[in-house]
Design a binder for this molecule. Structure first.
Ligand code: AMP
Length: 564
């Protein structure tokens, strides 16, 4: 039974499997490799996943949600129609759909997955990802960091010599840099840096601003549909400039047509500030890993936005070498995750690659500091596992009582970088009972173990009695207890998920609705006609006729889409 690899992305998600000696992306029911990470609820209270949901972003914004990955592990709820979901539950719908796609492709049940997470995901975010897998009916014993997965997809784990490489990830949501090192069969993330406010969308913004300025328009005077059509034009123009020297943007406002034409050189000038901003995280990651750009053996590009030649050029200049880009930048993470799955599955005959990440944040405990004489002040942070330490890691610190006859020590676990705990994130608490004694005479050895999946275990040993207590983090932000998971699984069971095999036709209807809303006049009538015709054909339940019509209408929609 195969262990699948899943890239649970901010914009899109993918699933891959190791088959006949190679990693393969499994296409979804629409025969597409990318499944948009978008969820929507329809009129029948059914959950829609992927492309169909994405089509409804404009027509049914209050019933549709995207970009929820960044809230994983946070105490957030999202209202979709009559439902309220956590980010974990939303992710579980995506995972469930990918699991079904894999099952239909493989012709067998899939029970286990390796899921990728950003290298900077903290404990709560990683746990939330594992829980999302469980809610989708998947066993998730391994999480893998996205840059590590990409490096594995390029086979870098098979290098014999010690090497260091950099993963440059410019996606739809964030910009992330990771420096990895392979040493004696151990792959280690040495440092991570990034810019959470820089992504592919910013390049669209630059084009939109240029369009507005050149045509002397005012963005505030355009209605929502015109703005969204303009952004769509910017996306098309940006993609066109990745393969051609020239591209154009067209927008119709009140029966008037506005346009611009530009070439790559102009685009590069417009995006000069963004290009500059790509340099900072690279420099920071190199500094944190204490290496020079010339020591980087290979640079791997991932994330859809690295298809832009201007991004590739700047990377080549920074490192004086051509980056690795022969694997589709959207697909390398899923491919790497499935290779890790295959290595895990066949660990008897294949040595499992040892992967280590860095802990993205410092993990520590609250302590009281002596301020004068016998006076203590609580609220200080004692770091135990420091940021950017390679994991798995286990570290021990000793704490002792601060007053006579003290019988309790409260171990409060925090994550963050501030000297004061109030500015850090509280992860959990453990109360320890110690024998009565003089101040400072009773001690506790506090061991923090951060494992390959980024999960933290806190073990406290009372030195005088050798009694051990393990901290079960009761409330890491947004995480659920096992009981809660069981409860939510039961509740989710009753929620109807739109059948996967009806996706194709539903997508045509949803896309038609969006195009109808975006269009005006004659074009609108034409779309309405196509939709009515398709609805009529659907009611005949003649599968061959439906398939023929679906193809024809999709082609017509494609043609319409190019001219918005
Ligand atoms: P990801 O989150 O990795 O799927 O990346 C999605 C981002 O990649 C979006 O901002 C897209 O606009 C961008 N993108 C995808 N394909 C291209 C392309 N051919 N040229 C430029 N940007 C692209």
């Amino acid at each position: 039974m195969s262990i699948i690899g899943i890239d649970l992305g901010t914009t899109n998600s993918l699933v891959a499997v190791w088959e006949e000696g190679q990693a393969k992306i499994i296409p979804n029911i629409l025969n597409k490799n990318l499944t948009p990470s978008v969820i929507s609820v329809d009129e029948n209270n059914e959950i829609l996943v992927g492309d169909v949901a994405k089509e409804r972003q404009i027509t049914h914004p209050e019933y549709t949600i995207a970009n929820f990955k960044r809230f994983m592990g946070a105490d957030r709820k999202f209202k979709l129609g009559t439902y309220t979901f956590t980010p974990e539950e939303l992710s579980s719908f995506i995972l469930k759909r990918l699991k079904e796609d894999a099952e239909s492709y493989l012709g067998e049940e899939v029970i286990e997955a390796v899921i990728s997470v950003p290298a900077y995901f903290n404990d709560a975010q990683r746990k939330a990802t594992k829980r999302a897998g469980e809610l989708a009916g998947l066993k998730v014993e391994r999480l893998i960091s996205e840059p590590t997965a990409a490096a594995i997809a390029y086979g870098l784990h098979q290098e014999d010599d010690e090497t260091q490489f950099l993963v440059f990830d410019l996606g739809g949501g964030t910009f992330d840099i990771s420096i990895l090192e392979l040493f004696e069969g151990v792959m280690e993330v040495k440092s991570i840096a990034g810019d959470n406010f820089l992504c592919g969308e910013d390049f669209n913004k630059v084009l939109v601003e240029y369009f507005i300025e050149t045509n002397k328009l005012n963005l505030k005077e355009l209605d929502n549909k015109e703005v969204s059509a303009l952004y769509k034009q910017a996306e098309l123009c940006k993609r066109e400039l990745s393969v051609k020297d020239n591209a154009a943007m067209i927008l119709r406002v009140d029966e008037k047509t506005f346009e611009i034409a530009l070439d790559r050189i102009k685009f590069e000038k417009l995006a000069a500030d963004l290009i500059m901003r790509l340099r900072h995280p690279v420099e920071r990651a190199l500094r944190d890993a204490d290496i020079h750009a010339s020591e980087i053996e290979a640079v791997i590009l991932i994330g859809g936005s690295t298809r832009m030649p201007l991004v590739r050029n700047v990377v080549s200049k920074m490192f004086n070498k051509l980056p690795y880009s022969n694997i589709n930048p959207d697909e390398s993470v899923a491919l790497g995750a499935c290779i890790q799955g295959a290595l895990k599955e066949r660990s008897s005959d294949l040595k499992e690659l040892i992967l280590t990440d860095v802990s993205p944040y410092t993990l520590g405990v609250e302590v009281a500091n002596r301020i004068e004489g016998q006076k203590y002040e609580a609220g200080y942070f004692l770091p135990i596992i420091e940021r950017n330490s390679p994991v798995p890691i286990s570290k021990v610190e000793q704490l002792s009582t601060i007053s006579d006859n003290q019988t309790k020590i409260a171990i409060k676990v925090y994550q963050g970088e501030s000297r004061r705990v109030e500015n850090n994130i509280f992860l959990g608490e453990l109360g320890i009972v110690v024998p009565k004694d003089k101040a400072g005479m009773q001690g506790v050895a506090l061991r923090y173990t951060y494992d390959i999946n980024g999960l933290l275990e806190v073990e406290a040993t009372i030195l005088s009695t050798e009694r051990k207590e393990t901290l079960i983090i009761e409330k890491s932000p947004g995480a659920m207890t096992n009981e809660e998971i069981k409860e939510r699984m039961l509740a989710l069971k009753d929620i109807k998920i739109h059948p996967r095999d009806k996706t194709e036709n539903t997508l045509i209807l949803a896309r038609g609705e969006r195009l109808y809303e975006e269009a005006l006049g004659e074009k609108r009538e034409y779309i309405a006609g196509l939709l009515s015709e398709f609805e009529r054909i659907l009611s005949t339940q003649d599968l061959r006729l439906i398939e023929k019509k679906a193809k024809l209408i999709s082609k017509k929609f494609d043609e319409l889409e190019t001219y918005y």
